[in-house]
Design a protein around this ligand. Structure first.
Ligand code: GLA
Length: 401
């Protein structure tokens, strides 16, 4: 159909029964996104390399399936108002890139914004939501990240619901990733609008810092973001996830230990796992973190329950996450600067998850302790657990029945 015909068809087809595509993102989405490493410094060649590396590194097989082109890729609107792609970055066009992504068994994510301009100053969807959703669908988009820069005080529920409806009208299932930084408490209203919503401002590649960008806005380290999540756990579930932002595993000043902790904690949170490192330069030990299938299985567990903190004594935090079939994940996390001793007496514990309404009684049900980083069974709940955890490290276990 010609583009003018599309506009006429759109005019006659809009109905008031739009909804979100309901059977998507039943586990937290996994993929790779341009922004954390490249911001605006990417082009089609770099992206094709990333596609190839996602496949050849084994990340695709481990579950990473969305290649997400974040901000800085749109070109001017054409004479009928349709979005075009920045020809300098994508000389072969978006359709060709999309075909390449799909030919590798991956899915395409694109980015737009609810204002007239994106955060990077590129053209975005305000006033063109339905037309843009059609264009995204024609390009074969499977995932839309929708940002909130330059939103000029418009109503967030309205703006995000409009784009949700537009995606539905475009008739191509797309995961709808809402990115308004938690400003409008999307967890309270967006379960029927998006599949995931950012809960905070942007992450930055440090373990424990805030980057104030010279007073302009804040980006947050892994710890700062992690500490904002627990109160939101009751809002997450299959098809509607809290999104504590993309992974900084292997990036910036994070040590390998901190990257491992970051990845483990995101899994305990049932967070989307969207890596943001340069896959061309990924060291083997970073790849090992990103592809640890046993940790990924905690994140991707089909019960979809976000974990909770059971205790914090000095610098040692203990987190639990119920899993399907009665297993549990348990994460000891040492956020302090010195090694922490773990002396965990199972018999003294009564763990109750007041969101999932599940109880854990080790005197009634014994478990095998499976260490997800050494990938070995290290004992049972029959004996006291004694361990030492290095600064900023984790001991993450699957309690197996
Ligand atoms: C905002 C978002 C980021 C990223 C940038 C792109 O800051 O929160 O995740 O998409 O815009 O400019």
């Amino acid at each position: 159909m010609r583009k003018s015909g599309i506009l006429v068809a759109l005019f006659f087809s809009i109905n008031c029964y739009a909804q979100k595509f309901n059977d998507l993102a039943l586990t937290p989405p996994m993929g790779w996104n341009t922004f954390n490493t490249f911001a605006g410094n990417f082009n089609e060649d770099i992206l094709r390399d990333m596609v190839d590396k996602l496949v050849s590194s084994g990340m695709k097989d481990a579950g990473y399936k969305y290649i997400i082109v974040d901000d800085n890729w749109t070109g001017p609107r054409d004479s009928l108002g349709f979005l075009t792609v920045d020809k300098k970055r994508f000389p072969s066009g978006m359709e060709a890139f999309s075909k390449y992504v799909h030919s590798k068994g991956l899915k395409l994510g694109l980015y737009s914004d609810a204002g007239y301009k994106t955060c990077g100053g590129y053209i975005s969807s305000r006033g063109h939501e339905f037309q843009d959703a059609i264009m995204f669908a024609l390009w074969g988009c499977d995932y839309l990240k929708y940002d909130w820069c330059n939103s000029e005080g418009i109503n967030a529920v309205g703006a995000y619901t409009t784009m949700r409806d537009a995606i539905y009208e475009a008739k191509r299932p797309m995961v709808f990733s809402m990115c308004e930084w938690g400003n409008n408490k999307p967890w309270e209203w967006a379960a029927s609008v998006g599949h995931l919503w950012r809960t905070t401002g942007d992450i930055t590649a440090c373990f424990n810092c805030i980057d104030t960008h010279g007073g302009a806005y804040n980006s947050y380290g892994v710890m700062q973001i992690f500490d904002m999540q627990e109160v939101l756990r009751k809002y997450a579930g299959p098809g509607h996830w809290n999104d504590p932002d993309m992974l900084e595993v292997g990036n910036g000043s994070l040590t390998l230990t901190e990257s491992r902790a970051h990845f483990s904690l995101w899994a305990m949170l049932a967070a989307p796992l969207i890596s943001g490192n340069d896959l061309r330069k990924m060291p083997g030990d970073v790849l090992e973190i990103l592809t640890n299938r046993e940790v990924i299985a905690i994140d991707q567990d089909s019960l979809g329950i976000q974990g909770f903190r059971q205790s914090k004594v000095d610098s040692l935090e203990i987190w639990f996450k119920p899993l399907k079939n009665g297993d549990w994940a348990l994460c000891f996390f040492n956020r302090g600067s010195k090694t922490a001793d773990v002396n965990f007496n199972w018999k003294e514990q009564v763990i109750y998850d007041d969101v999932a309404k599940l109880e854990l009684r080790f005197d009634k049900q014994p478990y095998i302790l499976h260490d997800l980083w050494t990938k070995k069974d290290i004992g049972t709940t029959g004996q006291m657990l004694k361990s030492k955890i290095a600064s900023h490290d984790v001991l993450i276990l699957r309690l197996k029945k």
